[in-house]
Design a binder for this molecule. Structure first.
Ligand code: NOJ
Length: 602
C-alpha cells in the first residue's frame, strides 16, 4: 500500500477495513460511502493533499506502516466449526481480591457453588507475587503466590479441586510487562551490562523522554531513573515495565513460565494485553491526531505491531501446543479482521480473543457519563458474530474487572435491572460463542454508589483524576471517574445476596443456572448456525440457532417501551424474563422459543 492506493483497495485490506469500519461507526456512516465508485477511486495521496494542515504526513506514514505490516487476509471460505471443550464451556472470571474472603482457600470453598451454577472453567485474575500497584497485574515473581492469597499448596489444592469436579483452570498471564520490583528489572536497572538489560526498553536521552508516547494510565510512558540517568518504558503504571519481546532470551523465559504452570496442571491462560507485545522498531513517535482520537499517543506503534503474529505463533508452538493448552487473548483496539488473523484456528496463534467493540457506543469512551443504547449491541453482533466463517469463535461477555457494570450503562437509574440482567443472560448463553461470566453477573450486580474520590482505589482512576483536575473542577472530574472507574467491578461480591437468591426460583441466579443447563443440553445453542432476522429493526434483536432438526428462536426487546413480538405461530416458549407471553414484548423482554425449523419467524 502506498499513497497511490485507492480507498477501495484499503477497504479490501483487513487492517484498512477495520480502521475504516471504526471510522464509519464513529461517524454513523454506512460502508457504501467508501465502497462506491467515486470515493472508492480516491487515492490516499489525494486525501493527504485535501487534509493538509489538519492531518500531518506522520498520520499517513503511520497508517501505511500499519497496512503494510499485514501481508495476509483471513480465509474467506466457509468452514464448519470444529468441536473444542472451550467452545462448549461456560467460563467464570474470578477477581481474587473481591470474590471471597481468604484468597485461594476462599475460592476452593466456593467450587461447589460454581459447579452448581453450571460453570465449566474459571479464569483467575493474577494471584502471583506482586507489590499490587495494579492489583496483581504487576508481577514480581511468576513462580510464587502472593501471600495474602495463600501458598503454592493452596494453588495445587485449587487445581485438584477444580479437576475433581470436572472443571478447568485458566490463569492470567501478564507478559507484556512485569513489576519494576521483578528481579529482572532490578538487575537490568542496576547494571547496564546485565543479561536482563535487553529484557526491557531502556533508553538514554538528554532532552526529555525518548518519544511522545503516553501511558494508558495517564502521563508519559517513560520513567526517568535519576541515579542511572536512563529512561525505561511503561505503557501502564509507573511500576509496570514493558518487556522487550525482541529479545530471544526473554521469550525463552516466558515459555518456561508457561510450561511450568501447564506442568502443574493448569489448562490454559488468558493473555493480558497480548496485542501490545510487539513494538515498532526504533519506537518512533506517535502521531498527535491519532493520539487525540484514541486518547493515547503512540498506540498505533504497538497495538498491532510488526512481529505480533510471529511471537504468538512461536509462543503457541513452543509452550501451548505441547500441552494442548487453551489461550484467550485480551486484545484492546483490535477490529474484526485483525481479530480473525489473531484467532482463526488455521492461523495457530490464539484460540480466542476478547474484542471490546461492543462495550461503548460510537463517540463514547468508558469515562463518559451516558446511556448505552442497546440497538448498537445488535449492530455489533450482526457484524461480528458470523464474521469468522467458521474458522474462529467469539467470546461473549458484558463485564470484567476493567469495566463499570454493563447493566448500569444501559439503565443508570436501575429501573429495569430485573428484566435487563436476564435479557443479557439470554443473549450471552444463546448467541454463537463462549460465554465468560464475571463474578456477580449471576446476582445482577450494578455500579457502586461511590460519593468521593477518597473511596476510589484503582491506579488508573487515580492517575486520570490527577490529570483531569488540572483542567476542570474536582466535582466534574469525579463525575467522569464515577462513570468509568474499574472499582465498580472490584468491590466484594455480595454472598448474602447470592445466598438469598439460592432457593428463589424467580432469582437472577436461578435464571442463569437454568440457562446454562439449557445451553449444555443442546448442541444447537453451541454449534448451531446463527441467523439474524429483521436486521434493520432497531428495537428487536431476533435470531435463530439451528443444528440438524433442532431450532431455537430468540427475541429481545432492546428498548424500555413495549413493542410487538415477532415469534412464529406455534413456537414453544422455553424461557422468558417476564411471566406469560402476550403478543407484545414488555420493556427489555427477552424470550427463547423452540421452533420447527420450517416455521417462519415474523
Ligand atoms: C489489562 C488488565 O485486564 C488490566 O486490569 C490491567 O490494568 C492492564 N491490562 C495492565 O496489565
Amino acid at each position: 500500500m502506498t499513497l497511490n492506493s485507492k480507498f477501495r483497495d484499503i477497504y479490501a485490506h483487513p487492517v484498512g477495513r477495520d480502521i475504516l469500519d471504526k471510522l464509519l461507526v464513529q461517524t454513523g456512516k454506512p460502508a457504501w460511502l467508501i465502497n462506491n465508485g467515486i470515493i472508492g477511486n480516491v487515492t490516499l495521496g489525494a486525501v493527504q493533499r485535501l487534509t493538509r494542515g489538519w492531518l500531518t504526513p506522520s498520520f499517513f506514514e503511520a497508517l501505511l506502516a500499519l497496512l503494510n505490516i499485514e501481508p495476509d487476509a483471513p480465509d474467506a471460505n466457509n468452514a464448519a466449526a470444529t468441536p473444542a471443550w472451550w467452545k462448549e464451556a461456560v467460563f467464570y472470571q474470578i477477581y481474587p481480591r473481591s470474590f471471597a474472603p481468604n484468597g485461594l482457600r476462599g475460592i476452593i470453598a466456593k467450587l461447589d457453588y460454581l459447579r452448581d451454577l453450571g460453570v465449566d472453567a474459571i479464569w483467575l485474575s493474577p494471584v502471583y507475587d506482586s507489590p499490587n500497584d495494579d492489583n496483581g497485574y504487576d508481577i514480581r515473581d511468576y513462580y510464587k503466590i502472593l501471600p495474602e492469597f495463600g501458598t503454592m499448596d493452596d494453588m495445587d489444592a485449587l487445581i485438584a479441586g477444580l479437576h475433581e469436579r470436572g472443571m478447568k483452570l485458566v490463569m492470567d498471564l501478564v507478559v507484556n510487562h512485569t513489576s519494576d520490583e521483578h528481579p529482572w528489572f532490578q538487575a537490568a536497572l542496576r547494571d547496564e551490562h546485565s543479561p536482563y538489560r535487553d529484557f526491557y526498553f531502556f533508553r538514554v536521552s538528554d532532552n526529555g523522554p525518548p518519544n511522545n508516547w503516553t501511558s494508558l494510565f495517564s502521563g508519559s510512558a517513560w520513567n526517568y531513573y535519576q541515579e542511572q540517568k536512563v529512561w525505561a518504558l511503561h505503557l501502564f503504571s509507573k511500576k509496570q515495565m514493558d518487556l522487550n519481546w525482541e529479545c530471544p532470551a526473554l521469550r525463552e523465559e516466558i515459555y518456561k513460565i508457561v510450561r511450568w504452570w501447564l506442568n502443574k496442571g493448569v489448562d490454559g491462560f488468558r493473555l493480558d494485553v497480548i496485542n501490545f507485545i510487539s513494538k515498532t522498531e526504533g519506537l518512533p513517535k506517535g502521531d498527535s491526531f491519532v493520539g487525540t482520537l484514541m486518547g493515547y499517543t503512540g498506540i498505533e506503534r504497538y497495538f498491532y505491531g510488526p512481529r505480533l503474529h510471529e511471537y504468538l505463533k512461536e509462543l503457541r508452538a513452543r509452550a501451548f501446543e505441547p500441552y494442548k493448552a487453551f489461550s484467550v487473548g485480551e486484545t484492546p483496539g483490535i477490529g474484526v479482521q485483525m481479530g480473525r488473523l489473531l484467532s482463526d484456528s488455521y492461523r495457530r496463534e490464539l484460540d480466542l480473543i476478547f474484542s471490546f467493540d461492543h462495550l461503548e457506543t460510537p463517540g463514547h469512551s468508558r469515562f463518559d457519563d451516558y446511556r448505552y443504547d442497546l440497538s448498537y449491541l445488535k449492530r455489533i453482533y450482526q457484524t461480528h458474530l458470523n464474521a469468522d466463517r467458521g474458522h474462529g469463535w467469539n467470546t461473549l461477555f458484558f463485564n470484567n474487572h476493567d469495566n463499570p457494570k454493563f447493566l448500569s450503562k444501559v439503565d443508570p437509574e436501575g429501573a429495569y435491572v430485573q428484566p435487563l440482567a436476564r435479557l443479557l443472560a439470554i443473549l450471552q448463553l444463546t448467541l454463537r460463542g463462549t460465554p465468560f461470566l464475571y463474578q456477580g453477573d449471576e446476582a445482577g450486580t450494578q455500579n457502586q454508589p461511590f460519593t468521593s474520590i477518597d473511596e476510589i482505589h484503582d491506579v488508573e482512576s487515580l492517575g486520570l483524576y490527577a490529570e483531569l483536575i488540572k483542567t476542570m473542577p474536582p466535582n466534574k472530574a469525579f463525575k467522569r471517574i464515577l462513570a468509568g472507574t474499574r472499582d465498580h467491578a472490584r468491590t466484594p461480591l455480595c454472598w448474602e445476596e447470592l445466598e438469598r437468591q439460592r432457593g428463589d426460583p424467580a432469582s437472577v441466579r436461578q435464571f442463569y443456572r437454568n440457562l446454562i443447563a439449557l445451553r449444555r443440553s443442546s448442541k444447537a445453542l453451541i454449534y448451531g448456525e446463527l441467523v439474524f432476522l429483521r436486521p434493520k429493526d432497531k428495537t428487536l434483536l431476533s435470531y435463530t440457532r439451528t443444528l440438524a432438526d433442532e431450532c431455537f428462536y430468540i427475541e429481545a426487546n432492546l428498548s424500555p417501551t413495549t413493542r410487538r413480538s415477532a415469534a412464529p405461530c406455534g413456537a414453544e416458549l422455553l424461557f422468558g424474563n417476564y411471566a406469560g407471553s402476550p403478543s407484545t414484548l414488555r420493556p427489555y423482554e427477552a424470550r427463547i422459543y423452540r421452533i420447527n425449523k420450517l416455521s417462519k419467524p415474523m
